[in-house]
Design a protein around this ligand. Structure first.
Ligand code: GDP
Length: 198
């Protein structure tokens, strides 16, 4: 799935300008600074695909990329929940994310990125509820797993797994990743490739 070219298709700031629904889509969502750009880059093996932003919350667009000869698309959603943006900006972004998540017929899976150091925050729980309501299957993907001590990481994994069980649209097992030491990247690739095969 990730062996072939992965090209940018379009960036959309509103649902009106999103590319027409085509092949199945996998969307990546998470709080600003969760490590989403780094993980997308690790997955695709390209450093230019999702620009690592050092200003959290700068990526405000929904970005579409084509994978495997456009048999699947990767959708990079804008980071949410950054404390320093205005309430109005935040409402605009979450509004856009919600419209995409609720209304996209070809959306097959959401990877919900959670920082291993912080676990599930209120704003993540809100997105999870919305995904449950929209019945969009999602998997929790822990990021930056190189940061916490092994015992702390084990605690977070247990907490996240427990929380996921209570959410009907959440897949039971989180995938634990790090863009720094590359753990879990192959597992996530395989998980997404399986979607295309099914
Ligand atoms: P985004 O805002 O979610 O796209 O996050 P970025 O990919 O831009 O990363 C945000 C910050 O976290 C940057 O300073 C990255 O260097 C750092 N970061 C990203 N991935 C990892 C990781 O796997 N481990 C560690 N320790 N830091 C990471």
């Amino acid at each position: 799935l990730f062996a072939q070219r992965c090209d940018f298709i379009a960036g959309a700031v509103s649902t009106e300008v999103m590319p027409d629904a085509g092949p199945p889509e996998i969307a990546f969502a998470g709080r600003s600074n969760v490590g989403k750009s780094s993980l997308v880059n690790s997955l695709t093996g390209r450093t230019t695909l999702a620009r690592v932003s050092h200003t959290p919350g700068r990526t405000q667009q929904v970005n579409f990329f084509t994978l495997a000869d456009d048999r699947m698309r990767l959708v990079d959603l804008p980071g949410y929940g950054y404390a320093k943006v205005s309430k109005q900006q935040l409402a605009g972004w979450t509004g856009l994310i919600k419209l995409y998540l609720k209304g996209r017929s070809t959306l097959r899976r959401v990877c919900l990125l959670i920082d291993s150091r912080h676990g599930i925050k209120d704003v993540d729980a809100e997105i999870m509820k919305m995904l449950d309501t929209a019945a969009v299957p999602y998997r929790i993907v822990l990021t930056k797993a190189d940061e916490p001590k092994p015992a702390e990481l084990a605690d977070i994994i247990a907490q996240v797994t427990e929380t996921a069980r209570k959410h009907p649209a959440a897949l039971p097992e989180p995938i634990v990743t790090s863009s720094r030491d590359k753990r879990g990247v192959e597992e996530l690739r395989a998980d997404l490739a399986e979607l295309l095969a099914s």
